[in-house]
Write a protein that binds this ligand. Structure first.
Ligand SMILES: Nc1ncnc2c1ncn2[C@@H]1O[C@H](COP(=O)(O)OP(=O)(O)OP(=O)(O)O)[C@@H](O)[C@H]1O
Ligand SMILES: [Mg+2]
Length: 544
């Protein structure tokens, strides 16, 4: 674990010898894999022992079908044909891609590509499997499934698993050991419990502890510590029951879910019976989807990998044209309006924002849109200045965008979208691969845009962010809308959202696990809200 830039990827790539053998550079000290020094052992020799899945699946997929992608490794191991077949089927099944054998990898959704990259590696059954943020685009149930498989591989075949991830709730459940890196140095290591109980790590190195551990930290600060430091919902539940029993003074209040009161004004996005079929493969990705979004709403679109979220968003932007039904955005029919015209109304950040970067400097990148629309120089300059200020990149004007860290690259793309002063902002997984700080910075920008009266629609697989920021949530599964309601209502139905591979945030699950008589929120949406409610219940007057 560690912030962006802490050195996690460099560490991962040292395990299979890519560093330093392919990248050059100078390596002091030694990395031994099975006693082999990675500097002298050949990369191909190491490749049979160490499988590595990188964060960006696009860079790893190179064949023309899902099946051949997964078969490639086992074929190189010269395994018998029958075994290759069996392993391919098994690996695809494990990552939830059974039935996609003949699909071109380029025609998969972002999360499906990531699943494929994982399958291609586990099919080789390496001795060591390294996953570098390899589940960052997976839906919550997908993360759970892939990590349980990793755990099984570990137990059944003795495979060593090394993961760079911030999925701390999963780490708490499944991992044996945590190493924390900061600025290239190992700052601490220990069991998940030892590491997450150390609140200093959270503040100093922005390690995202499980939400129940964060809650325990806040209670401890307010001098109401839980008897045992929790890392799972069960432990937190027991601890809280104890804490409340020992402090029976305060009266109980039932807390009811309330819809946020957003001024309902006018419909700015109207999707009616939208259908979308990808050609030439004839994939029916979106099926009869209808919803209205009001001006100024802050909406999250969530759901399982491949459920059609990106396809819906691209239809809102005019990047894809509906094959059935209609989409009206800011009064424009996206079926007939030019993409450039849509760009005046809708700013967007695609699932892989690096695809949107093309200029030599940050300021050229941001100026491109308004200049292209024929704005005069003074206006362009003003728009660029405002947009860069909003995302906090004023100091980086002259830098080369692709060379910036991931968090800043995403902000450049957001600034470029804002430079057109659009009424609507659409963000497709803007927080993927961002660390805790980066996620919140980006969501704060989105919140600011919302507060300015703009309409914000975003997709993410981070449910804690959805709970904290969105006022309304649309849940998709299998190309259809499963649920559409205010945020608390969505997360109050864990069994229903699971059909869309969604798991509510851990803090919400804790609220749901507690007996109602305790008088605590049943569906708390953030750690802060839960901590406040507990302290109020204990008659502690503290701001947390
Ligand atoms: N170019 C394409 N050609 C054919 N099918 C495609 C193409 N792109 C996506 N699909 C399919 O369309 C469906 C919807 O994909 P989409 O990208 O909209 O999903 P998503 O909800 O955004 O998923 P993720 O969470 O993984 O990003 C999936 O089944 C996917 O395999
Ligand atoms: Mg997508």
């Amino acid at each position: 674990m560690g912030e962006n830039g802490a050195g996690k990827s460099t560490f991962c790539q040292m395990l299979n010898g890519i560093i330093p053998n392919s990248f050059g550079g100078r390596l002091a000290g030694k990395v031994l894999i099975h006693g082999m020094d990675t500097q002298t052992a050949g990369i191909s020799e190491l490749a049979t022992k160490v499988g590595i899945v990188l964060e960006d699946p696009e860079t790893q997929l190179f064949t023309t079908s899902v099946e051949s992608e997964v078969a490639f490794g086992p074929e190189n191991l010269n395994l018998p044909v029958a075994e290759i077949k069996e392993r391919v089927a098994w690996a695809l099944d494990v990552v939830g891609l059974g039935g996609y054998d003949q699909r071109m990898p380029t025609a998969l959704s972002g999360g499906q590509k990531q699943r494929l990259a994982i399958a291609a590696n586990i099919a080789m059954r390496p001795d060591i499997l390294v996953l570098d943020e390899a589940t960052s685009q997976l839906d919550p149930v997908g993360v759970e499934e892939v990590l349980s498989v990793a755990r099984n591989l570990n137990q059944k075949y003795g495979i060593t698993i090394v993961m760079a991830t911030d999925a701390s709730e999963m780490i708490a459940k499944l991992m044996d050991h945590v190493i924390v890196l900061d600025q290239g140095k190992l700052v601490t290591e220990g069991t998940p419990r030892e590491v997450f109980a150390n609140m200093d790590l959270f503040t100093k190195f922005m390690i995202r502890a499980p939400q129940v551990s964060q809650l325990a930290g806040k209670l401890k600060e307010a001098r109401r510590p839980l008897p045992v430091f929790p890392i799972t919902v069960d432990e937190a539940k027991k601890g809280l029951q104890q804490l409340v029993k020992n402090n029976p003074s305060a009266e109980k209040k039932a807390v009811e879910a309330q819809a946020p009161v957003s001024p309902v004004s006018e419909t700015i996005i109207q999707v009616q019976h939208l259908d979308y079929v990808y050609q030439p493969l004839n994939v029916h990705a979106v099926k009869d989807v209808s919803f209205d979004i009001q001006r100024g709403q802050f909406v999250a679109l969530i759901g399982q990998n491949g459920s059609g979220k990106t396809t819906v968003l691209k239809n809102l932007l005019g990047l894809l044209r509906p094959t059935g039904g209609s989409v009206l955005v800011a009064g424009q029919d996206t079926k007939t309006t030019a993409v450039a015209e849509m760009a005046r109304h809708v700013g967007f950040v695609l699932q892989n924002p690096d695809q949107q970067l093309f200029a030599e400097t940050v300021e050229e990148e941001v100026a491109y849109g308004p200049a292209n629309l024929g704005q005069d120089k003074a206006t362009v300059e003003q728009r660029v200045a405002e947009a860069l200020k909003l995302v906090g990149l004023e100091e980086k004007r002259k830098e080369f965008p692709p060379a910036l860290p991931k968090g800043e690259r995403a902000k450049v793309v957001i600034a470029s979208a804002l430079a057109l002063d659009p009424e609507i902002i659409i963000l497709d997984e803007p927080t993927t691969g961002q660390d805790f700080k980066g996620c919140h910075q980006i969501m704060q920008i989105a919140r600011q845009l919302h507060e300015q009266g703009r309409t914000v629609v975003f997709v993410t697989h981070h449910m804690a962010l959805v709970a904290e920021y969105a006022e309304r949530v649309i849940v998709m599964t299998g190309g259809k809308v499963l649920l559409d309601s205010f945020t608390e209502d969505i997360f109050s139905q864990p069994d229903v959202v699971r059909q869309a591979c969604i798991i509510p945030p851990q803090i919400t699950l804790l609220g749901q696990a507690l007996p109602v008589e305790m008088g605590l929120p049943c569906n708390p949406l953030s750690v802060r809200i839960m901590a406040q409610a507990i302290l109020a219940r204990l008659n502690v007057a503290t701001a947390v």
